[in-house]
Each structure stands twice: as structure tokens, then as C-alpha cells.
Write a protein that binds this ligand. Structure first.
Ligand code: PRX
Length: 571
């Protein structure tokens, strides 16, 4: 295979934060990064580090957040203002009886209240959980039913979807406006052990309901360092991360790691729209941009003239995450922006960027780059034995890295199942490898290449969806007996969700029913997790023990050989 390079020239006048990857990789240890943050002895608080510590410096009156929505409403907040608002929010939560270790969930669109609520929760030592605003009743009931938060912060519109929870704070009410006004702006910041929980995120696997991935205050160390090394964030940057804090990217690089670097961040609370996106890049003079391959492909499809009409000269560095970044997207970026997107790889569970392309390192186009300093990555077989170069295997990481999930909420065995050779909690003390669930390979120069998921997890438009949740939603429709759900490759969205559905005996298949089922999932589970394609079949392929073999559905869909069927029930 011939590799295409994007060669970097060393800009002596304007060197990147990380100037020599190899040297840093050789010499770096996490203890050296300690001084990058503010500590209370050996305790710390991630939210304090993201925002409050800047209020003791010249950044106090610097804009931390430029916010804009689809209607053109605009707001801006300095670091000082975010600090005060999150203090007030922390005090309001305390009045509700929220204590250290309690869960507080946020179910809001990307509005300023989401950001200062998140910070306020962490500042009092509670655990923040975020919920993507497209979630509907079923998805919310599963997550909140398991996490049992003391308070959910939401707005009037979204509140109606919530199951019964202990306390609800509705931010677009007179009550809330009043309590925010009256709340004290003085708050004692909780001094946290680095291993205490800071936030949790529900994410999907192949089987079962979503699991609560737990992250600690220590995670900010890696989020901060990678925001520096990989996103190359600096004081004079205007930075735009297009992710939603309902997902991990929006927490690690729209709140914690990025603000910790002191940048001014842009948040756009609106749907994807190429024209609008270029307008924002120009208007805010965005210099660093972190986005996702589906968005990049959609921008590509919208045509180059939209770019040509804009002055995007402020843009100096671009990164991508969440799904494979195809070589065409990089080549297109070089053509229209005169610079490439830098692919980064990580997961909800890893808490921060783990493998990346760096501003100072040549890009092998199509590769995810190399592990960050302080982290060992490898390709291993299912037993945790490293395989040689250019050989397919599991993308694996050596525990522990600072932002590694601490556990899965109330499911310790699930946590153990991520490791080959023992988790850090097991008697082996973490001698094994963390298996990411992704397949890939590493070439002889140490660059990692993504191949695909090792399991049935779906990535649609960069969003992670568990097939089981979609199947459960379909089966709750009265006309459906069984359903099998797969990710079907799609040139624009990476994958789309396709459902194979077995109907009840007396239910008549029709195009209208297909549409009805799609809409049903959209309405009950989530706006982003509905099947774009539905196919009726008589019977699902299953193992003798009754498990749906999605692998066979996928192979059939793609016209591929169906592989080993020895465990297959008669089909
Ligand atoms: O399959 C990998 C894919 O996204 C998964 C993690 O998804 P999530 O937990 O939602 O976190 C996404 C954002 C951090 C991975 O297991 N993925 C992530 N980055 C890449 C990727 N696939 C290919 N290339 C990437 N750069």
C-alpha cells in the first residue's frame, strides 16, 4: 500500500505547543504536568481549573464563551462571569440538599445554562451527568432510572419527557431567574481527591442497556495536556468545538480541557448548516476548529464556493474525531482551507484524546496518528498479547492514564470486561491491557490505522448508538415481534441504522408501516437513533442460545460471505 503524506514544515516564527513529538514521547511523565494545574495540596477540582483559576489572572475579563443560536441571539461571558454563575448554581443545588457524590443531571440544549450548571455541579463535589437533548422517554428512563440523580436541570420543553425524579430545576421559569438572582456568588470550592468522581456519561455497547462511564477530577490533567499538544490551544485562540456536551467530546474539549487552556470558545446552538458554519468561522475569526468527519463530508458536499466567499484567514489548526476520517476529506481540506484536518482517536471510556496527529508531525493520510506522550498503545490479540506491525488486532491501551474511566456505574463486572489480563482494580493491579472494542493496526513507524469495531456498536453521524436499545424500542411497538439492528455503511454518515423486523402474524407489511416504525423509535428513544432503513423479514438469524447474530444480518446486507455459522440456530 502506498502511503500519502501531508508533510509539515517547521514554522520557526510560530511553533506549535508541542515541537518535537518523539522527544516528548520519550521523556514525558504525568508528574511533570502537575504544575500545569492549580492544586489544593494534593487535592484538585476540575471545574475550578477550567474556569475559576483564570479569574486570579489577567484572563479574568477575557471572553470565555461566545454563544449564538439559530435565531441569531447572541451572548458572551467572561471567565469571571462563568465563575460567578457557576458559584450561584452550586449554591442553588446545595439548597436542594445536594452533597458531594450526589448525581445531578443536565438535560438541556446547548445553552449557556448547560455550561455553568456543569461547572457548578463539579465545584460542589457532586457528579454531573449530561443527557443529549434528542433523547426521548425511553432513553431517559433507562439512564435516569439507573443513575438516580438527586436533581435534573432542564427547561420547560424538555421537562415533559422526563421520568419521575426527585427534584427538577427548570431554567426558563421565573422561579429559577429569581433564585439565580438571589443566590450568593460566594462558594467554597470542594477540594477533591483526584480519584473522586466528577462526571458520568451513558454510552452504548453491543448488548444490554447503556452503561454509566465514570470519570474523575484527575481527567482534566490529560484533557488539558491534549488540548495543548493536539488541539494546540493558546491564549489568543478563538476555538470552536462543534460537539454537544451530551457526548464526551463536548465535556472534555468544550468545557474542561479547552477552558483550562484559557481560550475563548464559540458555542453554536443550532442545527448543522454549511452556510451558517462558514459564517461563524469567519465572524468569530475561529483559529482552532474541532469537528467530526460526517460534518466535514457534508461541508464537502455543499461545495467549495461557500468557502471561497468567506475570509477564513484566522483558521490555523483543524482536528477531527468520532469516526474514520477518510483521505478524501483531508485532501479536500488541504485544497479549500490550505491545511489538513488532524484525526484524533479516543472514546467515552478513555476520557480524553489517546491517539492523534500533531501539528508538528507529518500526517500519513488515513492514519489516526500516534499515542499521546505518557500513554502506551498497542495492537493486541484477544488474550492481550501484542501482535506485530501491520497486523490486524484490538486497539489496546496500557492502564492507567489520567483520564481513564474509573468504573461503570453500579456494574463492576462490565468494567472488568474491558480488560485482557486484569483491570487496575483486579489483583493483577492493572497488568493487562484495556481493549477499546476497535480493531486496527500499527505500522512499522508506529502510526495507528483504524479498521472497524470489533462488536456491533453503531456510529451514525459520529454518534454512538447501541443496537440493543433500538431493537428494544422497536419491539415495544405492538406490531413487532422481533428486531435486529445493524450499522449499514453510508458514504455521508459513516453508518446509518438499519432494522430487520419480524412482524406479528396478522400485521401487514407496507411502506407506510416502515415509516411508522422509524418515527416510533424517533419519538420514544431518540431523535438521532432511529432506523433510516427498515426491512421486514420472516426470521432473524440467532445462535442456539437465542442471541441475534447481527454479524450475519450485516454480511447479508453487504453481500459478503457470512463466515462461521457453527453456533447458528437453523436458519
Ligand atoms: O469506534 C471508535 C470511534 O468512536 C468510538 C468511540 O465513540 P464515543 O465513545 O462516542 O467517543 C467518540 C468521541 C471521542 C471508538 O471506539 N472513533 C473515535 N474516534 C475515531 C473513531 N473511529 C475512527 N477514527 C477515529 N479517529
Amino acid at each position: 500500500m502506498k502511503t500519502d503524506f501531508y508533510r509539515k514544515t517547521n514554522d520557526r516564527e510560530f511553533p506549535s505547543n508541542l515541537t518535537d513529538y518523539d522527544e516528548m514521547y520519550r521523556s514525558f511523565e504525568w508528574k511533570y504536568a502537575r504544575k500545569e494545574l492549580d492544586w489544593f495540596g494534593d487535592k484538585l477540582n476540575a471545574a475550578y481549573n477550567a474556569v475559576d483559576r483564570h479569574t486570579h489572572t489577567w484572563r479574568k475579563n477575557k471572553i470565555a464563551l461566545y454563544w449564538e443560536d439559530e435565531e441569531g441571539n447572541q451572548k458572551k461571558y467572561t471567565f469571571e462571569e462563568l465563575s460567578v454563575l457557576s458559584n450561584k448554581l452550586g449554591n442553588i443545588l446545595k439548597d436542594f440538599g445536594v452533597e458531594r457524590g450526589d448525581r445531578v443531571f443536565i438535560f438541556l440544549p446547548r445553552i449557556p445554562e448547560l455550561y455553568f450548571s456543569f461547572l457548578g455541579i463539579l465545584k460542589i463535589g457532586a457528579i454531573a451527568g449530561t443527557l443529549f437533548s434528542a433523547f426521548q422517554e425511553q432513553a431517559l428512563a433507562d439512564r435516569l432510572g439507573q443513575a438516580r440523580p438527586k436533581v435534573v436541570i432542564t427547561n420547560k420543553e424538555l421537562k415533559s419527557r422526563l421520568p419521575r425524579v426527585k427534584h427538577v430545576i427548570t431554567i426558563d421559569t421565573e422561579d429559577f431567574t429569581k433564585s439565580l438572582e438571589h443566590a450568593s456568588d460566594e462558594l467554597h470550592i470542594a477540594e477533591m481527591d483526584p480519584d473522586e468522581y466528577a462526571f458520568m456519561l451513558y454510552t452504548s455497547g453491543t448488548t444490554g442497556k447503556p452503561k454509566g462511564v465514570m470519570h474523575t477530577h484527575r481527567a482534566i490533567l490529560q484533557e488539558h495536556m491534549t488540548a495543548k499538544w493536539v488541539l494546540d490551544l493558546r491564549d489568543d485562540d478563538v476555538y470552536w468545538c462543534t460537539a454537544d456536551p451530551g457526548w464526551v467530546t463536548g465535556i472534555a474539549y468544550e468545557i474542561l480541557g479547552s477552558w483550562s487552556c484559557g481560550v475563548s470558545a464559540v458555542v453554536y446552538a443550532g442545527r448543522f448548516d454549511p452556510k451558517k458554519w462558514y459564517e461563524l468561522l469567519e465572524k468569530y475569526k475561529v483559529s482552532v476548529w474541532y469537528t467530526a468527519p460526517t460534518a466535514i463530508r457534508m461541508l464537502m458536499a455543499a461545495g467549495d464556493t461557500l468557502v471561497d466567499e468567506r475570509d477564513l484567514s484566522a483558521l490555523r489548526h483543524m482536528c477531527s474525531v468520532g469516526e474514520p476520517l477518510n483521505p478524501e476529506a483531508i485532501r479536500w481540506a488541504v485544497k479549500v482551507f490550505d491545511k489538513p484536518f488532524h484525526d484524533t482517536w479516543w472514546q467515552t471510556e478513555t476520557g480524553a484524546i489517546c491517539i492523534a496527529n500533531y501539528p508538528c508531525m507529518d500526517i500519513k493520510i488515513g492514519s489516526m496518528g500516534k499515542p499521546i506522550p505518557g500513554l502506551t498503545a498497542s495492537i493486541v490479540d484477544d488474550n492481550g498479547h501484542p501482535v506485530g506491525p501491520n497486523t490486524e488486532g484490538n486497539i489496546a491501551l496500557k492502564p492507567k492514564w489520567p483520564s481513564m474511566m474509573k468504573t461503570i456505574w453500579r456494574r463492576p463486572q462490565k468494567y472488568e470486561s474491558y480488560f485482557a489480563g486484569g483491570s487496575p482494580r483486579s489483583s493483577s493491579g492493572g497488568a493487562g491491557w484495556y481493549l477499546s472494542g476497535d480493531h486496527g493496526m500499527c505500522d512499522k513507524d508506529g502510526y495507528f490505522w483504524f479498521i472497524g469495531r470489533a462488536d456491533d456498536v453503531i456510529k451514525t453521524s459520529g454518534e454512538r448508538v447501541g443496537p440493543f436499545e433500538v431493537e428494544s424500542a422497536l419491539v415495544s411497538h405492538p406490531g413487532v415481534v422481533e428486531a435486529g439492528v445493524i450499522g449499514k455503511p453510508d458514504p455521508m454518515r459513516g453508518e446509518i441504522i438499519k432494522a430487520f423486523v419480524v412482524l406479528g402474524k396478522n400485521v401487514k407489511p407496507s411502506e407506510q408501516l416502515k415509516e411508522e416504525l422509524s418515527q416510533y423509535v424517533k419519538k420514544h428513544l431518540a431523535g438521532h437513533a432511529y432506523p433510516r432503513e427498515v426491512e421486514f423479514i420472516d426470521k432473524l438469524p440467532k445462535t442456539r442460545s437465542g442471541k441475534i447474530m447481527r454479524r450475519i444480518l450485516k454480511a447479508k446486507e453487504m453481500g459478503l460471505p457470512i463466515g462461521d455459522t457453527s453456533t447458528l440456530e437453523e436458519y
